[in-house]
Write a new protein. Structure first.
Length: 366
């Protein structure tokens, strides 16, 4: 320090701070040996507060206004220094000016995606960002808890801590809100207000007030956004058949300029119209008329020759019952549609299984 600065510091009679920056939160008023002349003029401007510190102990705090630094205006400092009858000589004290204006347009955002369980999309990752604003609410708490003896404390020294606090509480709040992803945009304001109320007390523990919290955007991963865009496009198209025909019709002027002219365009139009129906049916889950499968064929039935008379027709289950009762034997003549003559039942492969399950006759005397 030069000799002139030393002399000027000894005779200083105005204590004030004119902030030339946009990010200074606390500034220590410098003078030679921290000596302040008795009766000096203290000027605290709007958006400021002045804090006097004596021998490491926080003393008086002044709000905006002009003060003559006398015993009556420094009650705590007077008690600390034991001034019973006033004083006329310079006294020792540090003066910290705090900027109490709002610091706006501070950015916050998630560095890593937030994992959530959405009722519609299932597990999903989200990113979010926004802005917030703060101001010094309690200069004494800020100096005790954060600033300490820092003579020039800027916003950059605490903004990272504040941002991490916001992101952490935002992730917790979003997870417990159970708001579907597609409904988040309609709740940005409510989320911001809720976070302001929840995080506010934690900011105040630093002597800082969270005055505004804005959620500007909550975004999905690019792959999910692309899938949503496709889904939205399908909804906008609506009638896919009409949309296909419209596109084909719009291509006619361009096709007429190419080799083949309108003949090729007409072929393309016919193909487009022909394909429009099946495509639309496929999208809507319907089946084209030509692709309906044939009806399931009916089970075969047989007529049985019993006592020279034709009986039936009988299905396989009825024939199996007759075979089990012994009225139908491998030698019994049967006939079904497609056969030219009556044939013993044992020679028809479709009936072979019936007789395979029939037990042989019980031996005599058994």
């Amino acid at each position: 320090m030069s000799l002139w600065d030393k002399v000027r510091g000894e005779f200083i009679d105005i204590v004030q701070w004119i902030d030339q920056t946009n990010d200074t939160m606390v500034y220590r008023f410098e003078r030679h040996n921290n000596q302040i002349k008795y009766g000096a003029q203290l000027t605290v401007r709007e958006g400021q507060a002045a804090v006097f510190v004596n021998e490491g102990k926080l003393a008086d705090v002044f709000q905006p206004g002009m003060y003559a630094l006398e015993t009556k205006n420094l009650p705590i400092l007077s008690t600390l220094q034991g001034w019973k009858y006033g004083f006329n000589s310079p006294f020792m004290a540090e003066v910290y000016f705090c900027s109490t204006r709002q610091f706006t347009d501070l950015k916050w955002g998630t560095m890593n995606p937030i994992m959530l369980r959405d009722p519609e999309f299932g597990p999903i990752r989200l990113r979010a960002f926004g802005t917030y604003a703060v101001r010094v609410k309690d200069p004494a708490v800020l100096i005790r808890q954060i600033v300490g003896t820092d003579g020039h404390f800027t916003l950059d020294e605490i903004v990272n801590q504040l941002r991490d606090l916001i992101v952490s509480r935002f992730a917790d709040t979003l997870g417990h809100s159970k708001i579907p992803v597609l409904d988040l945009a309609a709740n940005y304001t409510e989320l911001g207000e809720f976070l302001t109320q929840r995080i506010g007390p934690e900011f105040e523990s630093y002597g800082i007030e969270l005055t505004k919290m804005l959620v500007e955007n909550i975004s999905l991963p690019p792959s999910v956004e692309e899938a949503l865009d496709k889904r939205t496009s399908m909804g906008i198209v609506g009638n896919l058949a009409a949309y296909t025909q419209f596109n084909v019709a719009n291509s006619i002027p361009d096709a007429a300029k190419n080799p083949g002219g309108l003949a090729a365009a007409g072929a393309g139009l016919g193909m487009g119209v022909a394909m429009a129906g099946p495509i639309a049916q496929a999208v809507s889950g319907q089946t084209a008329p030509g692709s309906v499968p044939p009806p399931i064929p009916a089970a075969a039935t047989y007529f049985v020759a019993t006592g020279g008379q034709r009986t039936g027709p009988f299905d396989l289950q009825a024939l199996a019952s007759q075979a089990a009762a012994g009225t139908l034997t491998p030698q019994t003549l049967v006939w079904t549609q497609g056969m030219t003559n009556w044939t013993p039942a044992g020679q028809i492969s479709a009936l072979a299984q019936i007789f395979a399950n029939v037990p042989p006759p019980i031996p005599p005397g058994a």
